[in-house]
Design a protein around this ligand. Structure first.
Ligand SMILES: Nc1ncnc2c1ncn2[C@@H]1O[C@H](COP(=O)(O)OP(=O)(O)OP(=O)(O)O)[C@@H](O)[C@H]1O
Length: 252
């Protein structure tokens, strides 16, 4: 039986119109890829490549200028499938007067999650991300890494079928990064799907099944991590070397 992709982008382009100064910016150009259920898919590229724009389209936060996109088989404009997505932003700005515990409960209510499930899950998640001892303090007293850990807990709260992590390592210490790795692996074990945007070659190498490389708004490569690291000659290479190659090629 054919399985439906969790995510499908078909020739997606996005041009932003800037009023001052008046100009248009081609952020994404004719990008096509699919993410299958149970897959850990990495999206990599240099600064300004168009990764965040693709994530915004995935989350229906902005509309593509052309092309078609589907989430769980439904048009990306169908917001009902957003309930199945958990999203961790690279620079999460939570209301600073909430406590970590209160915030997760609030997000649970916003996501129409079952109250009893949220009651059980919130302390579990706070423990998982190492915030159990600070659960009842206002977020304004949190360090950057603590906010990132809370962002991970928030993304996992709804037990999502698709977990989208945008630069999850940002501001995290080694233990924090390990938490992210563990969460990704747990999702995979549960048969769920992860889209990981990262500037960390080692994270892509260690976690992802397949990777899409975006440079200058175009998808210049997609394939398995194993094939990428093997190269055409069969000589093993590091992910950092591979990515540098893609980024340099397009600069010249
Ligand atoms: N709201 C916007 N209005 C105008 N231009 C934008 C807007 N958002 C992004 N852009 C432009 O689109 C291009 C791609 O930006 P995007 O944020 O998607 O890149 P990115 O790959 O996520 O970069 P980074 O790794 O630096 O976060 C950039 O040239 C950026 O200036």
């Amino acid at each position: 039986m054919a399985t439906e992709p969790v995510l499908e982008f078909d020739k997606i382009s996005k041009t932003y119109q800037d009023p001052f100064p008046r100009r248009s910016i081609d952020a994404v150009h004719q990008v096509s890829f699919r993410v299958q259920p149970g897959e850990i898919f990495g999206l990599v590229g240099p600064n300004r490549a168009g990764k965040t724009t693709l994530i915004k389209i995935l989350l229906t936060l902005c509309q593509p200028t052309s092309g078609k996109a589907f989430r769980f088989g439904k048009p990306i404009t169908d917001r009902s499938t957003l309930m199945r997505v958990g999203y961790m932003h690279e620079n999460q700005a939570f209301p600073r007067y909430w406590t970590a515990h209160g915030l997760l409960q609030y997000y649970g209510a916003l996501g129409f999650l079952d109250e009893a499930i949220v009651r059980d899950r919130v302390p579990q998640l706070l423990k998982q991300v190492g915030l159990a001892d600070r659960a009842h303090e206002p977020i304004r007293r949190f360090s950057k890494g603590m906010v990132q850990r809370l962002a991970l807990a928030q993304a996992l709260l709804g037990n999502p079928d698709l977990l989208v992590l945008d630069e999850p390592a940002e501001g995290l210490d080694l233990q924090g990064r390990q938490l992210v790795h563990d969460a990704v692996r747990q999702q995979k074990q549960a048969g769920k799907t992860v889209l990981l945007v990262s500037h960390q070659p080692s994270d892509i190498e260690q976690l992802c099944d397949r990777v899409g490389v975006v440079v200058g708004g175009s998808l210049v490569h997609q394939g398995t991590v194993a094939d990428l690291l093997k190269g055409k000659s069969g000589t093993p290479r590091s992910m950092e070397t591979v990515l540098r190659g893609f980024y340099e090629q397009t600069r010249s």
